[in-house]
Design a protein around this ligand. Structure first.
Ligand code: PHE
Length: 507
C-alpha cells in the first residue's frame, strides 16, 4: 500500500473532490494549503505516478490607466476628428483641440494617428486641420478598448479563445500605444492518473511524519519512535530577492577600496566649477574646441564664479599668453579673466585634482577621486551626459612615467584586468601623455580605459609646484560595462529591476 504524507494525501483528496483535475489555485481555495505546499505535494504525487502536473502558459490582457481613460473618453484622434467634422471639416488646429477638450499631452498623439489612419492631414505651416475621409464609427482598436472595458480581463483561459483574429491584431496596436497591461503566467493543473484512481479506491495509508525536531521530542525520548520527514534539499524553493547594492555603487566601492589598499586618500571637489579650474589651470587654451557649448554644460544662473588669489591667476594668464617662466611659448593669445570665471558642470575630475594640488604643494601627495562629471553629449549605447570618472595623482620626489605605468598595472590587476598596454597619446596638460588599453577576454578585444601622463611645467609652475606629478583618469561606467559584459551603457541607469536582480555582486 502506498504511503503518503498528510499534506500529500490532503492534496490528492482535494483534487478528487474537485473532479480529478484541478488548478493549484482551486486546490488552494478548497484545501487552505499554501501553493508551495501543494506544488511540493504534486511533485511527490507525480513521482509516485498518482498524479500528473500539466503546465500551460497563460497571457492576460487588461487596460492600464491611460487605456481606461481613452476607453471612457474615446481615443485622442477620435475626439479630434469628431470635433473637426462638427466644425465643418476644415478648421484651425487650436479650435478643434478646444472643441474636443483634448488634453495637451494627447495632441501630438492625436495628430500622429489622424495621419496614420488617413482621417485628416494636419498642415503644420498654417496650423490647420483638413478632413480626408469620414472614418467608420468604430475601428478595431476602439472595439478592443470597449471589449476590454466591459470584460476587465481577457485571457482567463487564453487570449486566443477570447478574441477574434481581428481583435487579436488590435492587441498588438494598443500594446504599442502602451495602453495595455499584459501579464504572462504559467497555469498549473494537477490531474489524477489511472493508477491514482485505483490507489484511491484501494486505500492509502497516511504516515504521521514530524517535520520539526523539537526539544520536547528529544527530552522525552519520543524521537526514537517518531518518523522524521526526509527533506529534499535539491527541490526548488521560492526565489527570494534580498536587498542589494546597485551594481554601479558596488564597483565604486570596489575601486575606492583598491585605491585605499594602494595607499591613496580620497578627495572630493565641487561639481559646479569655474572654467579656470576645469580648463585654464590645466593649460587648455580658451579657444580649445572642448570648451564649446556642444561639449560643456555652461551654467545660465549664476553665470560666473570666483577666481583664486591674484598671483595664481596672473601666473596662469602669463603662461597661456607667452609661457611665463616655463620656457614654453604659451598659446600666444590674450587671456581673458572673464572667460575663466564662467561656471560649468565639471567635464572631468582632473579639475578636482588640480584644485587640490594648488593647496597641497609639498610631497608626498597620493590622492584619488571617484566622482560625477558631465558632458553635453547625446545619449546612446556608449555615451551618457552624466557619468563617473576615476582619477588619481601622485606627487613625489623623482617619480617618473615608469612609476605611473607600474601603479596603473597594479590598479588594473586588482580589478582583475591582466593584459594592459600603453600607447603614446595627447592631453593639453600632460607630457609625456599616454593611453592605457586593456584586453577583455569576454569581448576578445582591447579597450581604452584611462588617459594618463605627467603634468606639464605649464600646469605646475603657475601653482608653485616643484615636484613631478603623475596623473591618470578615465570613465567608470566603461569599466563596469566591460566587467559585466554589457553592450548598452544606459542599462546601468534604467533601474530595470529584473536586470538589477540578475546582475551578480561584482568583486
Ligand atoms: N582628464 C582626462 C579625461 O577626461 C583623463 C586624464 C587625466 C588624462 C589625467 C591625463 C591625466 O579623459
Amino acid at each position: 500500500m502506498v504511503e503518503l504524507r498528510e499534506k500529500e494525501y490532503t492534496t490528492l483528496l482535494t483534487i478528487e473532490k474537485l473532479g480529478g483535475n484541478a488548478s493549484v489555485e482551486e486546490i488552494m481555495k478548497q484545501s487552505g494549503l499554501p501553493d508551495a505546499t501543494i506544488m511540493r505535494a504534486a511533485l511527490t504525487l507525480q513521482k509516485e505516478k498518482l498524479g500528473e502536473i500539466h503546465e500551460e502558459k497563460q497571457t492576460t490582457v487588461r487596460l492600464n490607466e491611460e487605456g481606461r481613460f481613452h476607453a471612457k473618453k474615446g481615443l485622442p484622434e477620435r475626439r479630434l476628428i469628431n470635433s473637426l467634422i462638427k466644425l465643418g471639416g476644415k478648421t484651425s488646429l487650436k479650435k478643434a483641440v478646444e472643441d474636443a477638450k483634448l488634453e495637451k499631452k494627447f495632441v501630438p498623439i492625436a495628430l500622429g494617428w489622424l495621419r496614420r489612419k488617413n482621417w485628416a492631414i494636419p498642415d503644420t505651416k498654417t496650423s490647420t486641420l483638413q478632413l480626408l475621409e469620414t472614418p467608420e464609427k468604430e475601428g478595431t482598436d476602439e472595439r478592443l478598448l470597449r471589449v476590454l472595458m466591459e470584460k476587465k480581463v481577457l485571457g482567463r483561459q487564453t487570449v486566443a479563445e477570447d478574441l477574434s483574429l481581428e481583435l487579436q491584431s488590435a492587441v498588438k496596436i494598443l500594446k504599442k500605444r502602451q495602453l495595455l497591461e499584459i501579464n504572462q503566467k504559467t497555469r498549473r493543473t494537477i490531474e489524477i492518473t489511472e493508477a491514482g484512481w485505483k490507489k484511491i479506491r484501494k486505500g492509502i495509508r497516511v504516515t504521521n511524519e514530524v517535520t520539526q525536531l523539537t526539544p520536547e521530542l528529544i527530552i522525552t525520548g519520543k524521537w526514537r519512535k517518531t518518523k522524521l520527514t526526509k527533506f529534499d534539499v535539491t527541490a526548488p524553493g521560492p526565489v527570494v530577492y534580498p536587498a542589494k547594492v546597485h551594481p554601479v555603487q558596488q564597483i565604486i566601492q570596489t575601486v575606492k577600496e583598491i585605491f585605499a589598499e594602494m595607499g591613496f586618500t580620497e578627495i572630493r571637489g565641487p561639481i559646479v566649477e569655474t572654467t579656470f579650474w576645469n580648463f585654464d589651470a590645466l593649460f587648455q587654451p580658451q579657444d580649445h574646441p572642448a570648451r564649446e557649448m556642444h561639449d560643456t554644460f555652461y551654467l545660465g544662473y549664476p553665470k560666473t564664479g570666483k577666481l583664486p588669489k591674484k598671483s595664481t591667476v596672473n601666473n596662469v594668464a602669463k603662461t597661456h599668453e607667452n609661457g611665463w617662466k616655463t620656457s614654453s611659448k604659451g598659446w600666444q593669445y590674450s587671456w581673458s579673466s572673464k572667460e575663466a570665471k564662467k561656471l560649468v558642470l565639471r567635464t572631468h575630475t582632473t579639475a578636482t585634482t588640480i584644485r587640490y594640488l594648488a593647496e597641497h604643494k609639498e610631497p608626498p601627495v597620493k590622492v584619488f577621486s571617484v566622482d560625477r562629471v558631465f558632458r553635453n553629449e547625446k545619449m546612446d549605447y556608449k555615451s551618457l551626459a552624466e557619468f563617473h570618472q576615476i582619477e588619481g595623482i601622485i606627487m613625489d620626489n623623482n617619480v617618473t612615467l615608469r612609476d605611473l605605468i607600474g601603479t596603473l598595472k597594479k590598479f588594473y590587476l586588482k580589478l582583475g584586468l591582466k593584459k594592459v598596454r600603453f600607447w603614446p597619446s595627447y592631453f593639453p596638460y600632460t607630457e609625456p601623455s599616454a593611453q592605457s588599453t586593456v584586453y577583455i577576454p569576454e569581448f576578445k578585444k582591447w579597450f581604452e580605459l584611462c588617459g594618463m601622463g605627467m603634468f606639464r611645467p605649464e600646469v605646475l609652475a603657475p601653482l608653485g609646484i616643484k615636484y613631478p606629478v603623475l596623473a591618470w583618469g578615465g570613465g567608470l561606467e566603461r569599466l563596469i560595462m566591460l566587467k559585466l559584459g554589457l553592450d548598452d551603457i544606459r542599462l546601468l541607469y534604467k533601474n530595470n529591476l529584473n536586470w538589477i536582480r540578475r546582475t551578480p555582486t561584482c568583486q
